[in-house]
Ligand binder design. Sequence first.
Ligand code: ADP
Length: 252
Amino acid sequence: APIRAHDGQVLGAVVTFTDITAMHELQERQEDLLRAVSHDLRSPLTTVLGQAQLLARRLARGDLTGGRESAEAIATTARRMNTMIQDLVDAARSESGRLALHRQPVDMRAFLSDLKQRLATSMETERIRLQAPEGLPPVLADPDRLERIVVNLLSNALKYSTPGSEVTVSLRRQNGELITSVADRGRGIAPDELPRLFHRYYRTAAGREQREGVGLGLYITRTLVEAHGGHIWVDSTLGVGSVFSFSLPLAQ
Ligand code: ADP
């Protein structure tokens, strides 16, 4: 608005600015969520629908061949969708500071070996080697969220490495924290891609070649680790492999 003298001459102006960064960020986040829901959930849904229709057609003919495979594909895909939805909900909750953790003392060594057994039907667990000294103190963690952290890192390590190569999970104590590391002998990650690795929807050039995945896993993993008061980082060498590590506070 102009500031005028008595004779109408313009002496100056009043300009107001409103910082809409927060609103803009919120809008972007909503768009991200919409994109995730519409695109990333739709493709597994297509699998579920296709398999269900196939199954229905076969059953109508009294043909039971391939029935078990279709039912299994539906169950696996539905489980994957469930994890994705849970991840999206957790990400949204933690961004708005409403992620409630149910923390309890967890013996990581026992937790990991139990998890490895439970994952045997859905993952190539025979490639996973646990390396943990006995007598480590328990950490303070929400077991469900801890499982998602470890599963995300393990599935990436298995997915982005040579088929059949070993993935090592190791534990060590350091300054009042427990460090868990997941090491693969994969293709590694280029240094210029490392800073963005834990960002939402970021996928490396090599990662984008893989059909499966949307680039949300490491973002959620970081969010969950930080909600526990820990840190997550990666050391990687191209052609050698990557080591993803996270710290968790010890239960006092
Ligand atoms: P997604 O696996 O769905 O693409 P993530 O957030 O889990 O998403 O990972 C982001 C990207 O980081 C992946 O696309 C991949 O390019 C890269 N990445 C993650 N883990 C590894 C790994 N162990 N080795 C090499 N690249 C990896």
